[in-house]
Design a protein around this ligand. Structure first.
Ligand code: AMP
Length: 546
């Protein structure tokens, strides 16, 4: 039809062009092994992305080539995000915390031919490379002075230095006009059972996700914000932050390996005047403990975004009461780019009485525009949005995966076009979704469901508790009963009976766990979630022994 709007493709290249033209002076700060505090601008970042794209052309990597990374959040990783995607190749971020055999399996499945790695992963690479089928070139993300010493095991691939690769390349690149449906990045799900599965993002889905997530009632990032993604760039593209922040012109603060160290994070927040920080609950639990022990304050920080696992109420309370920081609970998955819901108040909900506000904030939030949600029962019928009825959470939208990379069939997509998330949830009349469990983690006691997440949240509210996990274990009468596994804060004590009494006032009596096990540490998966499969394996017969 004549006079219709321009059909300009939605591409990551559009974000790069926009940021380079409109925010060239804005800063990107990062920590790497060779730079304790690296600082440059978007102007410089995107000029170096162009240099890198020229270097990749020189190496004759074809369009659609998968380029893997084993790296933390830093400026070179950011350059790769744009250099690879905007030249029509696919960035394949890999979680270095997985087991070497899992990493090799993922990189082979992706068919990656080139691998960029932080130099500290040299020992891991020596173990990996004999198993990598397609990788021909490895690039260490550092300068010549910081290359790893010659590895004891041969790398079985051409090894190069990132800074040498860029040196002499022109800072301009003739970025191709890409179709918005071109793939730009590939991430694998954590895969707690079976092999991990690849999720292939398109330029279009990435831009739509970034636009939706940037919104004022979602991440609300502005050109005046300093944003710290503690969530790794290998975990669903750091929740889209490497796209959202350049798009809006905010300052990007990348913590590198410091993401695992509360002291470094606090120092970054305070010296770089970070206003928004994002990460999984374990990060905030550790950071709050550090703040409580040192008495350090966070004057610049306005908001934290917490997702990836249920956010304990104690995190929200402590950020609000001790630091004046608002915590927003968000939910998402690798398959949803990842943002699906975000918790922000509706009119009239900003000033609720404390208890009502707390109950609302504990929910995972409302649909982000672009993600439709429903809950269904075992028969596939939609269940009411009454805030009480539990059902399987299904979603659909333009940044939700339609299937898995290289797989013909998916058993988690319905015939009517919805993706079954594997989460069990309620949706209330205001549209707030609350996860009660993973389908596999829900505890079925005498035919009734018990939410492990709710029990964990209450337990972490006890002042002596650092971390808690609740699993269902076999029981002769009820088929399954909850078992509480607890890590105490250093120097704290609480008895089994006192802890159970603490819970008794907060949940239905039949939800109270049958026993408590105190442990020095709870196992986590590579993406920082509690490893319930391992716990169930370990404590399977705990109640039978009793
Ligand atoms: P991943 O694809 O590794 O990001 O894992 C996605 C899964 O993490 C979801 O299906 C949920 O089970 C869980 N998850 C993510 N965010 C939350 C949250 N805010 N509360 C509870 N579970 C969450």
């Amino acid at each position: 039809m004549q006079g219709l709007m321009m059909d300009v493709p939605l591409t990551v290249t559009g974000i790069l062009r926009h940021a380079r033209l409109n925010h060239p002076e804005q800063q990107v700060v990062s920590i790497t092994a060779d730079h304790p505090r690296h600082r440059y601008t978007y102007g410089e970042a995107f000029a170096r992305s162009a240099q890198l794209a020229n270097a990749l052309d020189r190496l004759q990597l074809p369009a659609g080539a998968r380029i893997a990374t084993l790296a933390w959040n830093d400026f070179r990783h950011l350059e790769l995000f744009y250099a690879v995607a905007c030249a029509g190749r696919i960035l394949h971020t890999v979680n270095p915390r997985l087991l070497p055999e899992q990493i090799a399996w993922i990189i082979n499945d992706a068919g990656a031919t080139m691998l960029f790695a932080a130099p500290e992963f040299a020992p891991l690479l020596a173990k990996l490379t004999p198993h990598l089928v397609h990788v021909r070139t490895i690039v260490f993300m550092t300068g010549p002075a910081h290359l790893p010493p010659a590895s004891p095991a041969p790398l079985l691939a051409d090894a190069r230095c990132y800074e040498q690769l860029l040196a002499g390349e022109p800072p301009e690149f003739n970025w191709p006009d890409l179709d918005e449906r071109t793939a730009c990045s590939l991430c694998y799900t954590s895969g707690t059972t079976g092999h991990p599965k690849g999720v292939l993002y398109s330029h279009r889905s990435t831009v739509l996700h970034a636009m939706a997530a940037a919104g004022a009632d979602v991440m609300g990032v502005t050109a005046r914000d300093g944003v710290l993604p503690v969530v790794p760039m290998f975990h669903v593209n750091a929740w889209g932050i490497p796209f959202i922040v350049p798009m809006t012109g905010g300052k990007l603060v990348l913590p590198g390996r410091g993401a695992g160290d509360p002291a470094t994070l606090v120092d970054l927040i305070n010296t770089e005047r970070v206003t928004v920080a994002l990460g999984v609950p374990t990060v905030w639990l550790a950071l709050l403990q550090y703040l409580a022990a040192t008495g350090v304050r966070l004057p610049s920080l306005k908001r934290t975004v917490v997702g990836g696992a249920a956010c304990p109420q104690a995190v929200i309370d402590e950020f609000r009461d001790r630091h004046g920081v608002e915590t927003h609970h968000a939910w998402g998955m690798t398959e949803t780019s990842p943002l699906g819901t975000f918790n922000s108040p509706k009119p009239g909900q900003e000033k609720l009485p404390l208890e009502a506000a707390r109950a609302l904030q504990a929910k995972q939030g409302r649909s982000v525009f672009g993600v439709e949600m429903r809950i269904v029962g075992d028969d596939g019928h939609e269940l009411p949005r009454d805030g009480r009825t539990f059902g399987s959470l299904q979603v659909r939208g333009p940044f939700v995966a339609s299937g898995y990379y290289g797989m013909e069939k998916s058993d988690v997509h319905t015939v009517d076009g919805w993706f079954d998330t594997g989460d069990v949830a309620t949706i209330d009349p205001d549209g707030y979704m609350q996860i009660t469990d993973r389908t596999k983690d829900v505890i079925k006691s005498g035919g009734e469901w018990i939410s492990s997440i709710e029990l964990e949240n209450h337990t972490v509210g006890h002042p002596a508790v650092a971390e808690a996990a609740v699993i269902g274990v076999a029981h002769p009468k009820w088929s399954e009963r909850p078992l509480l596994i607890v890590v105490l804060k250093p120097g704290e004590t609480v008895s089994r009976d006192d802890l159970l009494a603490f819970l008794a006032g907060k949940v239905a009596s039949w939800w109270v766990p049958d026993d408590v096990v105190f442990v020095p540490e709870i196992p986590h998966t590579g993406t920082g979630k509690i490893n319930k499969i391992q716990l169930r394996e370990q404590y399977r017969d705990h109640l039978k022994k009793e």
